[in-house]
Design a protein around this ligand. Structure first.
Ligand SMILES: Cc1ncc(COP(=O)(O)O)c(C=O)c1O
Length: 444
């Protein structure tokens, strides 16, 4: 099949009609960047309702780890669906949930016995992490990071500080949450150069937060994304996470590793924190774990996850069909897809990096595996953010058949299914090149 293949103006007539119906009945709070109405997907390819075919580098916001409707995933889902759809794993027992907990215990980068709490989404996984941290430490304060995204329910939203619109109108949020600067080396909060960086931004926590605002012995947890996702696909230097680990260990604060976006093989390792050799206390997982079915997990050392019956639970959490999809997803990740993310991700990143010679609007290309961010600027010296241009490039790519998503104020994320091939990566780079040229030419 020729991919991409755009046959109609976008949106086509059927897409247009559905978008009109959506407008009157679906919440307008959703952030639709462009008018894609999917009919079906296969691997990294998506067809819309008008027969237009797209190359997918968005994966339903970094979710379709094994690609769209992978036959092994569909089989696992249908096999389980034939047996039973729901029994509530909080009140009864079933094998898929136990088997998945055993699998998770074997893959999370925490030594010793591991227990998992099952939820339905990333935000619920984070809620579980917040509650577990408070419960286990008897402390209530939490440290999070500017630019971070952890979800939109009231607890996780209190940690989220990606965009003010996400918080506006919803306060007061959870008390006792303190935000520290994230190590964004392209825009160092301390004005330092990445080459000489020893993650001095971590000092803010010790020398400012702990001196002026909160005593460390009252801090339950530090919650951090090992690569900021929604905030712009920002990769911190290794020392940042390593120094955060030292700091949290020193003060008896739990290190909560939010791998909702960066986990499940996307970074070229099963969990992004493995790149820097840091062992967290708690890991939050969602998005890619079940290839598109809803599932969230908070995993922690068994001694830490020692809350009594009734302390926390969820009717749907750990749904058996989602667990079956997750078990098959993990099998495929281990078999080949984590390695493919590392290989094709490296290839895609070099291709995008090479575009810097031609496109002055590319300020930075960064990422690990198939979690790659391209930051667009109006001027490489001043690094003025090219926000409207970023949106225009995403739209221009869509018009050419490439699905991308923005991240942060002026970055574009490449978060394709982990089945992406090198040829498809080359196609993505070619279309991105054309989209950039179009937008840069328009500006002149
Ligand atoms: C790092 C991170 N944590 C938590 C969440 C929240 O996940 P969900 O949208 O499934 O609630 C997201 C979602 O984008 C995320 O990227």
């Amino acid at each position: 099949m020729n991919v991409p293949l755009i046959k109609t103006t976008l949106p086509g007539p059927k897409a247009k009609a559905l978008i009109e119906r959506d407008k009157t009945v679906v919440s307008p709070s959703y952030t639709r960047g462009y008018p894609l109405v999917i009919e079906r997907g296969d691997g990294a390819i998506v067809e819309d309702v008008d027969g237009n075919v797209f190359l997918d580098c968005a994966a339903g916001i970094a979710v379709n780890a094994t690609g769209h409707s992978h036959p092994d995933i569909v089989r696992a889902i249908t096999d389980q669906a034939r047996k039973f759809l729901h029994m509530s794993g909080t009140d009864f027992y079933y094998e898929p949930q136990v088997r998945l907990a055993e699998e998770i215990a074997s893959i999370v980068p925490i030594r010793g016995g591991i227990r998992s709490f099952f939820a339905n989404s990333g935000t619920e996984a984070i809620e579980a992490c917040i509650k577990l941290s408070r419960y286990a430490t008897g402390r209530h304060n939490i440290i999070a990071f500017l630019g971070g995204f952890h979800g939109r329910s009231m607890g996780s939203l209190s940690l989220t500080s990606s965009k003010a619109i996400q918080r506006r109108g919803f306060g007061p949020l959870l008390s006792g949450v303190y935000h520290a600067p994230y190590a964004d080396c392209y825009r160092c909060p301390l004005g330092l150069r990445a080459e000489n960086c020893a993650a001095e931004c971590v000092d803010f926590i010790e020398h400012q937060l702990f001196v002026h605002l909160v005593s460390p012995d009252e801090v339950a947890a530090l919650v951090v994304e090992p690569i900021q996702g929604e905030g712009g696909y920002v990769v911190p230097p290794d020392q940042f996470l390593q120094r955060l680990r030292e700091l949290t260990t020193k003060h008896g604060i739990l290190f909560v590793d939010d791998e909702v976006q960066s986990g499940m093989g996307r970074s070229g390792k099963m969990f992004a924190i493995e790149h820097v050799g840091v062992e967290p206390d708690v890991v939050a997982i969602a998005k890619g774990i079940a290839s598109g079915l809803p599932l969230g997990v908070a995993a922690a050392r068994s001694g830490l996850m020692a809350w009594p019956p009734g302390a926390h639970a969820s009717t749907f959490g750990g749904n058996p069909v989602s667990c079956a999809a997750a078990l098959e997803t993990i099998r495929l990740l281990k078999e080949s897809l984590v390695a493919n993310a590392a290989d094709v991700g490296g290839h895609l990143k070099s291709g995008l990096h090479a575009l810097m010679d031609k496109h002055p609007s590319i300020g930075d290309v960064r990422g690990r595996g198939l979690m790659i961010g391209v930051e667009l600027v109006r001027d490489r010296q001043t690094k003025e953010r090219a926000t409207t241009e970023r949106d225009a490039v995403v739209s221009a790519a869509f018009a050419r058949g490439l699905l991308l998503l923005g991240a942060g104020r002026n970055a574009i994320r490449f978060s394709p299914p982990l089945v992406l091939t090198r040829d498809q990566a080359d196609t993505a780079v070619r279309i991105f090149d054309e989209a950039l040229t179009e937008v840069e030419t328009r500006r002149r």
